[in-house]
Design a protein around this ligand. Sequence first.
Ligand code: G3P
Ligand code: CA
Length: 307
Amino acid sequence: RQRPAVPSLVVTPAVAAHRGASGHRPEHTLESFRTAIAMGADEIELDLVSTKDGVLVVRHESDLRKSTDIAERPEFEGRWRVEQLTLAEVRTLRARERKPELRPGSAAYDGRFGVPTFAEVLDLVAANPAERSIGVLVEIKDPQRSARRGLPLDQLLLAELAAHGVDHPRSRVSVMSFDPVFLRGLSARVEVPLIQLIDKDDPFDLATADGLVEVQRYAAGLGVHHKLLADADLVRRAHERWLTVHTWTLRAENTYLPKRFRRRAHPARNPLGHGDLHAYAEHLVALGVDGLITDQPDLVLPAVRAA
Ligand code: G3P
Ligand code: CA
């Protein structure tokens, strides 16, 4: 089957480390990205927010209370959003595990790493510690909200990609968003592939036949919630439109897995209640996905490579 020159997935299916190896290190830290690359991940996934002084930093949401020590820092009382802080202030924060009860191994690293800028992560990838090409999936969350606050994430993103020489289709950088209006607007201004994210309730009806025709006009691929992949139908229809399909977010903990892949928790044998992520990854690979976005790349990679 002939495929167009869309996201340059050197290995398919690609295994993408969600917020880095966030099942093992506090998310979105340089250490979580380094760990993912060392584990063999093909791609890293990250989210961007902007500081008050217009610097892109790598966080899932602008409220920093869940992923850093900011709530315990009296000098920041009431100023918990990244757009209220300068980069110099953000640099004083220490990252911490979002779900310490589920992930005590990662929580053991609390306080050891800072919040990286997007530029620092691009530098890490360019330094290529694994001596192989690492893809970068950059998610822009809620761009309209940032624009209303005078922080145009698209402009900041384009400037950073250009500054790092990764603003061309062969750079292995892709830009993802849930917002179809944002991606459509961006498509005329960037050469890197765009990935349309689709949440489990498909709020914009993008997984429909008409939706895919529209997405094909501006994007190279889909990033779909794994619950939309009950069978191979959506993957097949996306491929017919030359759209790649990444799926997210694969996590080992029972609570995130479909029922049939869960395992009974046991105080000695399975104290954290992990399910069979390996089998679930195999199942998704068999559906034909092009990429699996996971917090635990070490558990997904063997399933993908064996396929
Ligand atoms: O890769 C897409 C996925 O990251 C979207 O969900 O909330 O983890 O950013 P979220
Ligand atoms: Ca994301």
